[in-house]
Design a protein around this ligand. Structure first.
Ligand code: ASP
Ligand code: MG
Length: 400
């Protein structure tokens, strides 16, 4: 807390007006959740859950404000609602609907350092809500947008956004810049550094976002509208999702509405499906398969079995322990052969690809999970992302 206070005071004394959004300390949020398990047997009431979880951030904000006072600067701590943050009434994962920054702006004009408890807001009816795990990032971006801040710095335990998970690839490199769209893909694909809603909010409001370390003075990664693209670098990052399952429905009599029946049934049970593939019709029978989160596999199988009397499929098979590996890069749009390289790299390892999906700036493959690390390493090298590789910047070779 004292170290953070020192850094903030440094920033202030460089001539900046500062608003600081804090998260709860350490594992506080998890510990609060654990406490409820000692009291409640089933699912805890969501309203009281928000009452509880919002306290973690309130503790941090008050302590940080005191630590800053100790250093001789003027400061004030606010809860989410004192800071004017309104949300929809959805406990546990509310979206911010508006921010009334009057109070913040007044405090700033009095040269106060404003500390705000992240991850929380207030509904129209005066109820406290939280924004979903990791939601302090979203508070920070939304506040930055509301007060038209020059910059929104997210301080975290890594020093920026990496080309892939540095725990898997030693030579992963820190990106100087990344576009909002690329970051959104990476954030959703399981690179847990930034809350996806924070990135969405930054993109929507063109907030100048920087991800940097709480522990070092390193430069960090800028997330912006259009990232500078180094020549020859079409892929910016590689993401993965470990908990993937696949269901195949075989021998589906061909008639209109079959896909609709199956996927509506899944949607009614709030089961998210990811990649859907339908093969061609052979002798009046089709085949579909789709991927989904491992956690939902058993439920999904039961739901599909319940549609058997309508759909009349021959067989249902499923696999667990799959992974989805994705390459992400804005440069893909205009470069041929990017996906081909991915397929070649994976097949050179003797691994077959189960499913593929693409968007303008992403290609994902679902594969068996047992050799994930090897696949990520190989792709990282194949796309020239290794930190010691040579790239050409403005025609000049540069070693990273
Ligand atoms: N304290 C909350 C959580 O652990 C919010 C956050 O950290 O951003 O999810
Ligand atoms: Mg966080």
């Amino acid at each position: 807390m004292k170290r953070v206070a020192t850094r903030i005071v440094e920033r202030k004394r460089q001539g900046n007006r500062c608003v600081v959004v804090v998260s709860a300390m350490g594992d506080t949020t998890d510990e609060l959740i654990d406490l409820t398990k000692q009291i409640v047997s089933g699912t805890p009431p969501i309203r009281e859950m928000d009452m509880l979880l919002s306290t973690g951030e309130q503790v941090s904000s008050a302590l940080l404000s005191m630590a800053i006072s100790e250093l001789g600067e003027k400061t004030v701590a606010y809860t989410g609602w004192q800071a004017g943050i309104r949300t929809e009434s959805l406990h546990g994962k509310a979206r911010i609907t508006s921010i009334e920054p009057k109070r913040l702006l007044k405090a700033l004009s009095e040269e106060q350092i404003v500390i705000i408890a992240g991850f929380q807001g207030l509904t129209e009816d005066g109820e406290i809500t939280t924004l979903g795990r990791g939601g302090s990032d979203t508070t920070a971006v939304a506040i930055a947008s509301a007060i038209k801040a020059d910059i929104c710095e997210i301080y975290t335990d890594v020093d920026g956004i990496y080309s892939t998970d540095p725990r898997i690839v030693k030579v992963a490199r820190k990106l100087k810049e990344i576009s909002y769209d690329e970051m959104l893909e990476l954030a959703n694909l399981g690179a847990a550094v930034l809350h996806p809603r924070a990135v969405e909010c930054a993109k929507h409001n063109k907030v100048n976002l920087v991800v940097r370390s709480s522990f070092t003075q390193n430069e960090g990664t800028q997330v912006k509208e259009e990232a500078f693209m180094e020549q020859g670098v079409v892929v910016s990052g590689i993401a993965y999702d470990k908990n993937v399952a696949r269901i195949s429905i075989l021998g589906v009599p061909e008639r209109p509405g079959q896909l609709a029946t199956v996927f509506s049934a899944l949607a009614n049970e709030k089961i998210d499906v990811d990649i859907i593939v339908q093969s061609g019709v052979v002798q009046g029978q089709a085949e579909f398969s789709f991927s989904l989160s491992s956690a939902d596999l058993d439920r999904a199988v039961a739901v599909i079995e319940s549609t058997h009397s309508i759909v009349g499929f021959r067989e249902l098979t499923s696999e667990n322990n799959l992974v989805k590996v994705s390459i992400v890069g804005a440069g893909m749009v205009s470069t041929p052969g990017v996906a081909a390289k991915m397929f070649t790299t994976i097949s050179n390892l003797g691994i077959s690809i189960n499913m593929v999906s693409t968007s303008e700036i992403k290609t994902s493959c679902v594969i068996d999970g047992s050799r994930l690390n090897e696949v990520i390493q190989a792709l990282h090298t194949a796309y020239g992302l290794d930190a010691d590789s040579t790239v050409f910047v403005g025609g000049k070779a540069e070693r990273r």
